[in-house]
Ligand binder design. Structure first.
Ligand code: OOG
Ligand code: MG
Length: 262
């Protein structure tokens, strides 16, 4: 084989990454790709999208899982667990004002965040992610598909960094208590909008952590000390329009963000 097909594939990766990056920076939806690439290439595109953010001075701070609950799978019609990357440019503080005009069609969902106290080598079959977790917190994720109408195929959403846009984290707790079957609620302007349980996240959030290590190994992600890991929403996402959105996890507390128009 000559080098040409590979070069063409690389160009295609860069072209799609550029479109997704521009869509994110200008808050302008783009059409879904016409397909033609699978999951492996989709992760290459995701890496190329993130490389653009890092070139602009952002730093990697963690990873996220998507579609770890049936509620999310059903809402979006995607049945596979996916992984995305978090940079410091996506982080908002608890209680922050979030500018809606910088986003295409944002949605909010309740999450749990873990923080790694030490690095994990995803290639080490004996690695124990649970013992590496130093803290856990309630979190809110603001997702914002760059695709028109928030519709996508599995490779499309992977290429689009799992719709990651922003996230906020509530108070950190030491990671000793069991997180199985805790009530999770999402409220909009004080009214309950979604109710679920941490048991919806692959049966237990710790199982999602293990899935994340496997995904990190398969798709070449590092898990350094200090990494923040969002393990996936326990409930469906709700539109983030003019409102205060709050996520609550029993015994972990709450975290909120507020939208501003401009
Ligand atoms: C993809 C992101 C899914 C989750 O928590 O399941 C996700 C999307 O729904 O657009 O973040
Ligand atoms: Mg999420």
């Amino acid at each position: 084989m000559t080098a040409r097909p590979r070069e063409t594939a690389t160009q295609a990766v860069e072209t799609i990454a550029e479109r997704l990056d521009t869509a994110q920076r200008t808050a302008t939806a783009i059409p879904q790709t016409a397909g033609g690439f699978g999951v492996e290439i989709a992760y290459e595109i995701q890496h190329a999208v993130i490389a653009r953010r890092l070139d602009r001075g952002e730093a990697m701070i963690g990873m996220k899982l998507g579609f770890t609950s049936r509620a999310k799978m059903i809402q979006m019609g995607v049945l596979d667990v996916i992984v995305g990357q978090l940079t410091n440019g996506m982080r908002a503080s608890d209680g922050a004002d979030i500018q809606l005009s910088a986003l295409v069609h944002p949605r909010a969902e309740p999450e749990i965040a873990f923080r790694l106290g030490r690095a994990i080598d995803p290639g080490d079959a004996r690695c124990d992610i649970e013992s590496a977790v130093s803290a856990v917190a309630p979190a809110l994720e603001i997702i914002d598909s760059r695709y028109r109408d928030f519709r996508f195929s599995l490779p499309d959403v992977i290429a689009d960094n799992a719709s990651a846009a922003m996230f906020a984290i509530g108070p950190w707790h030491s990671a000793t208590s069991d997180l199985g079957n805790r009530a999770v609620t999402l409220s909009v302007d004080g009214a309950s909008a979604e109710v679920g349980s941490t048991a919806a996240i692959l049966g237990h959030p710790v199982r999602a952590l293990r899935a994340l290590v496997a995904m990190a190994h398969r798709h070449d992600f590092a898990l350094p000390a200090g990494s923040i890991l969002l393990v996936g929403a326990a409930t469906a996402a709700v539109p983030f329009t003019a409102s205060v959105i709050e996520a609550r996890v029993a015994k972990l507390g709450r975290v909120s963000v507020r939208s501003v128009d401009s």
